[in-house]
Design a protein around this ligand. Structure first.
Ligand SMILES: [Zn+2]
Ligand SMILES: [Zn+2]
Length: 373
């Protein structure tokens, strides 16, 4: 496969985006492209996931390359000639780029099998946007011998030809919470006949920010956002309960646990102060993505050798389930400059296709060299 063919592959899957855990066509196209090279596939329990393996001519280490494949429920407004043909679904996070770049790397590695000492396992993961795929794929028996993992992500803040490489935490642990505050419904003209849960919810929303501003070291990042509130349905009835949904984002496991506990305590105490009760339910997300310092230094020097501009990417409190692969294995999450002018998840998000082939070459070279170390 050459650059033009890889771009054509990318445009084809961009036209046909598929939501989390529905990536049937995409994974079929990936398998089709790899089938001609004689690459072997290993068992994978997710029906839309694939694990390909390239075994080198000589023994060596086992390296994992991971790409995610799912799109988002967004109506595309990019105006691209190869825009989504699926109404309401769009590759607005660039996972089509990741799939194509890692497929390109796999094809390049298959051609250079004679040079390869060791094994490269290539993971095409479904369901990243919903955090449903990573924790299952990372535990696949076929991947338990992987010694290092690499993944890429599109990065509109950098132009094509630039890579974002930085050690330490690069993505946050995204936990979701649902708090229910219960009072007693009544006529809005006679609040004393009931127990109003709305002031309790309002007090909680304001007080909870002190967990971030007063309750932790200012140099330790954390975000707490209430994103969805629901109470009542008209102006003259005090509702029985208020539902509050939101997210806690942290980079440190201890702080993550502390803030989870503190938000629960605060909800309980504030509800009690207002004669209400509260209940909190956590949907624990993947952990923070931590870039290994040694792998990062290695990749930085390789990137420069291959002609990329290299800079540290900005910190983000977004989440990524690539961290599921890094529980016991070192890894590196590489931001690939893709320009385009719009952020990930925007309906006008685009990538510069010129970034694709160099990214494929970089990941092939990185896997080849790391396997032989
Ligand atoms: Zn995304
Ligand atoms: Zn993404």
């Amino acid at each position: 496969m050459n650059e033009q063919q890889l771009i054509a592959f990318f445009e084809d899957i961009h036209r046909h985006p598929e939501l989390a855990l529905q990536e049937t066509r995409t994974s079929g196209k990936v398998r089709e492209a790899l089938a001609a090279t004689g690459v072997e596939f290993l068992p994978c329990s997710l029906p839309t996931g694939s694990i390909a393996v390239i075994r080198g001519a000589k023994p060596g280490r086992t390296i994992g390359l991971r790409a995610d494949m799912d799109a988002l429920p967004i109506t595309e407004e990019s105006g691209l000639p190869y825009a989504s043909e699926v109404p309401g679904v769009m590759h607005a996070c660039g996972h089509d780029f990741h799939t194509s770049a890692v497929l390109g790397a796999a094809l390049l590695l298959a051609e250079r099998r004679n040079e390869l000492a060791g094994t490269v396992k290539i993971v095409f993961q479904p369901g990243e946007e919903t955090s449903e795929g990573g924790h299952i794929m990372a535990r696949e028996p076929a991947l338990q011998d992987v010694e290092e993992y690499y993944a890429c992500h599109t990065y509109p803040a950098f132009p094509a030809g630039m890579l974002g490489l930085k050690t330490g935490p690069v993505m946050a642990a995204p936990d979701a919470f649902t708090i229910t505050i219960r009072g007693k419904g009544t006529h809005a003209g006679n609040p004393h006949f009931g127990v109003d849960s709305i002031p309790a919810a309002a007090a909680l929303i304001l007080s909870a920010q002190t967990l971030i501003t007063r309750g932790k070291d200012a140099f330790e990042p954390a975000v707490l956002s209430f994103a969805h509130l629901q109470a009542g349905n008209t102006w003259n009835i005090i509702p029985e309960e208020v539902l509050l949904e939101g997210t806690l984002r942290t980079l440190d496991e201890d702080l993550r646990k502390t803030l989870r506990r503190r938000l629960g305590e605060m909800a309980e105490m504030i509800a009690k102060a207002h004669n209400c009760t509260s209940e909190i339910r956590w949907d624990i997300g993947p952990g923070p993505v931590m870039n290994d310092p040694e792998l990062c230094r290695y990749a930085q020097s390789l990137a420069r050798e291959m002609g990329f501009d290299v800079a540290p990417q900005a910190n983000t409190m977004g989440g990524e389930d690539f961290s599921e692969y890094l529980r016991d294995v070192p890894g590196l999450f590489v931001r690939v400059g893709t320009g385009g002018g719009y952020t990930n998840h925007h309906p006008k998000f685009t990538v510069n296709e010129k970034a694709l082939w160099p990214a494929a070459r970089f990941f092939a070279e990185l896997a080849l060299r790391r396997a032989g170390i």
